[in-house]
Design a protein around this ligand. Structure first.
Ligand code: ATP
Ligand code: MG
Length: 439
């Protein structure tokens, strides 16, 4: 007979494909990036705004545009079983942020500089730098019409790469002009592609009448020659649009930010006008765009708010961390704690816990030895754990120390020196040692 307990081996449950855990080994790198980003937003006076992860599907249908990759095929949408509402896990941050700004009347007192961060969800084919849950950091400057703010948000990007120690991230920019100019260009573009219809792939044939500008964004190698000679939007821009574009470029030049004009840069989302830009690296293969953005003056009105200009950008945090990894600019791993406390159970355990709490109250990061099996462990094996923790000091409290009201303080990293200190003075002795070591 088969053993019934063995027959029912419990299956493990895996995470969802394309959605990753953040493991402790990588946590410090994320914390570092988040820290740099917070400093960046403070340096430019941007305020934090957090929206929910779930929104009404209409937020993205309207905010991103129906004829986009995201809305057409990448959204995680579902019906709320309890009330039938159509909901979507947010695929990007801007539409939801604008929804919140309108709902909370945030532009009532004038323009706003805002930032957000968090997980985004897109049903894409998972590969390096492309996940189904990924994280973005983004900024939005709402209510500013001039090219100065376009330049400001681009300068923020350059400062960010500098702060992160990233070299070789290049800037490509373009201008999408205004709706009327795009309409004229669109007519010319449709006529051009119709003339060469046989060369269009399936996606592009479909887009020809829905969103022909997006054909220019196609990555299909077979279509690149055709796209290269297509009518260029830049040639259709009027005086005002050209002036805005030139002013942005002049401000960038005055700040020594090189950029390349890429007439084919149209961006994936529907709501852009005037300036669009991307930050690109050659070090990440196909997923080389680490951030992108631009102006989207029509969006706020389109979402039901009072018309106001707007621009911003979003960055993929996984791609930036990957770039930091391949270019060796990730910070050194930091020790988990300053002090590791060793004991021998019973009274020594009680005392060790009290001392550990005192150390923490003094701002010293402290790990207590806790035997995994609940049994006592030798000081030798505890010392191995202390070493592995990265702690700079060990505080050792055994029965011999306890009768003398003492602990042993051991330097684990530099001298290896060990000395007795009165239990009441452990905190001071550790602080003295740390201060002494940094002098
Ligand atoms: P791509 O052309 O690579 O699909 P996108 O134009 O769809 O990018 P945006 O919507 O502009 O991307 O998002 C801004 C940034 O977010 C991108 O530049 C990229 O760094 C990151 N990003 C977008 N999609 C993903 C994803 N599926 N996984 C990881 N990062 C992503
Ligand atoms: Mg995409």
């Amino acid at each position: 007979m088969t053993d019934p307990t063995k027959a029912q081996k419990i299956q493990k449950i895996n995470g969802v494909r394309g959605m990753n855990d953040l493991l402790p080994a990588d946590a410090a790198q994320w914390a570092h990036l988040e820290h740099v980003l917070r400093d960046l937003t403070r340096a430019y006076g941007y305020e934090y705004l957090r929206t929910p992860i779930v929104e009404a599907t209409a937020v993205f249908q309207r905010g991103i545009g129906e004829v986009t990759d995201i809305v057409e095929k990448e959204m995680y949408s579902f019906e709320d079983r309890l009330n039938g509402e159509q909901l979507t896990l947010r695929p990007e941050g801007t539409a939801a942020l604008v929804r919140s700004v309108i709902e909370n009347n945030l532009l009532y007192e004038g323009p706003k500089r805002l930032w957000y961060t968090g997980p985004m969800f897109r049903h894409e084919r998972p590969q390096r730098g492309r996940y189904r849950q990924f994280h973005q950091f983004g900024i939005e400057a709402l209510g500013f019409a001039g090219p100065d703010i376009d330049a400001e948000i681009i300068l923020m990007g350059q400062r960010l790469w500098d702060d992160l120690g990233l070299k070789g991230v290049r800037l490509e920019i373009n201008s999408l002009g205004q709706a009327k100019e795009r309409a004229e260009h669109r007519t010319a573009l449709v006529a051009y592609f119709e003339k060469h219809k046989a060369q269009l792939d399936e996606d592009s044939q479909r887009r020809l009448f829905t969103n022909p500008l997006r054909i220019l964004d196609s990555k299909n190698p077979a279509m690149q020659d055709l796209i290269e000679t297509a009518p260029k939007l830049l040639d259709f821009l009027g005086q005002e649009s050209l002036q805005h574009f030139e002013a942005v470029q002049a401000l960038l030049k005055a700040n020594n930010i090189p950029c390349r004009i890429n007439p084919r840069l149209v961006r994936g989302l529907d709501y852009y006008n005037l300036t669009v830009f991307e930050w690109i690296t050659d070090e990440l293969g196909a997923q080389g765009t680490i951030a992108g953005g631009g102006r989207y003056d029509p969006l706020i009105e389109r979402m039901g708010g009072k018309s106001a200009p707007a621009c911003g950008w979003a960055m993929g945090m996984e791609r930036v961390l990957e770039l930091m990894k391949v270019s060796g600019s990730l910070p050194e791993a930091q020790a988990q704690c300053d002090v590791f406390v060793l004991h021998q159970g019973g009274e020594t355990l009680t005392t060790a816990l009290i001392i550990a709490e005192r150390l923490r109250s003094a701002g010293i990061d402290t790990i207590m030895f806790c035997p995994p099996d609940g049994q006592l462990a030798s000081f030798k094996s505890q010392m191995k754990k202390a070493d592995a923790s990265g702690a700079a000091y060990a505080v050792i409290i055994g029965p011999d120390e306890l009768v003398k009201n003492e602990a042993q303080l051991k330097d684990l990293r530099t001298s290896g020196e060990q000395k007795a200190v009165a239990l009441n003075n452990v905190v001071e002795a550790v602080i003295d040692a740390i201060v002494g070591a940094t002098e």
